[in-house]
Design a protein around this ligand. Sequence first.
Ligand code: BJ8
Length: 382
Amino acid sequence: MNNLPKAFDDFSEARRNSFIKVKDYKDEGEHIVGIFCTFTPIEVIYAAGAHPISLCGMSDETIPDAERDLPKNLCPLIKSSYGFALTDKCPFTYFSDIIVGETTCDGKKKMYEYLNQIKPMHVMQLPQATDREHALSVWKNEIIILKERLEKEFNVKITDDDLKKAIKKCNEERRALKELYSLSKICPPPITGMELHTVLHGASFTFDKDEQNKKIMDMVEQLKEEHANGVRKVEEDAPRILITGCPMGGVADKLVPIIESNGAVVVCYENCSGIKEKSRLVDETKDPVEAIAEKYLNVGCSVMAPNDNRIELMSELIDEYKVDGVIDVILQACHTYNVETRRIKEFVTGEKDIPYMSIETDYSQADEGQLKTRVAAFIEML
Ligand code: BJ8
C-alpha cells in the first residue's frame, strides 16, 4: 500500500509469523494459553509467565466440520473456532496448553463443553450484569480461581508483583494502540479503516509487546508528519463511519473495502476488534486483582444486561471521532447483539441524531452483492 510506514508490513504478516513463534515457544518449553474473548484477563496469563493467543475462528473453512457437532443456526465465530480445534487446522489451538473461556453467550459457553473434550479448558463464570453489588466480588473470585488454575497447570506462583508488572505491560500496549486509533480523529484521517484494522488485527498476534509499541509509536509519528506535510489518502469530505457490534475478524475483508470503495472511511471500531477493550486501562494504584476485576467487568458487551457501558463508550466515540454514520455489524445467529440493535438504533438516531444501519452477515461471500447495494445506499445519504 502507498504511503505506509514499513512497519505496516510486519502487522499485516503478524498472524502468519506468529505460527512459527508459537512453535518456537513450545520447543523452548514455554506455555501458550488460548483465549476467545475480551473478558479474558490476560494480565493473569502474563503473570503466570505464559503467552495468551486469540483462537477466534475467522474463516468459514472449518464450519462444515463444526456442524457435525454444532447446530447450523449458530454464530459463525463459534462454529469456525470449534471447527479449527476439531480439525487441528489452527496451530494456536494445537499448541495451546490450556484454553480460557468465559460464560458469555449461550452458544459459546455450550461449545466450550465440547471443546473441553479436545483441549483442557478453564471456563470463568462471568456475572451478566454490573449493577449488582455482588458482581464485582463474584468476578474477583473468578480471577483468583483462574490464577490458581494457571499456578497449578504451569507449576508457578503468581505474586501481586507479577500481576502488577503484567498490568503495566498491558496498559502500555493499550496506550500505544490508543495513540494509533486517535489518528482517525484527524479530518481527513491519515490512515484508512482497512489499514487501521490490519494493524489492530496484527497486534493481537504479536508477542514482543515492547517492540510492537515502538513500531506503533513510530508509525503514528510518521503518519502525523506526512499529514502535516499535506499527504492525503482520504478525501476531505469522506463520510466518517463508526463500526459497532460483533467482532470483525471474519467479515472485515468483505465489509470494510465495500464501505471505503463507496467513498466513506471507517474512523472507529467500537467493537472487540477495536477500542472496546482498550478504552479503559487497569488501575495501577489499586490491589491488582480488584483492579483487573473492575476493568474487565465493565466491558460493554451485549451479553451484559443491561449494557449501558456500550452506550456510554459509543456516545464518547461518536463525538470524539466526529462520526457521520454508524454501522452495527451482527454475526448471524448472535442473539444478544441482534436484540440489542434496537437500543443502539434508537440511541444513534435519537440522542446522537445521525444515520444508522445494521448488517447481519456471516463468514461467507454469499451476501457480498447485497451488502454492496445496501452500503452504497447508506453512504449516499450521509
Ligand atoms: S466481549 S463481543 S469477544 S463475547 S458474536 S460468540 S456474542 S453469538 S464474540 Fe464476543 Fe467477548 Fe462479547 Fe467481545 Fe456469541 Fe455473538 Fe457469536 Fe460473540
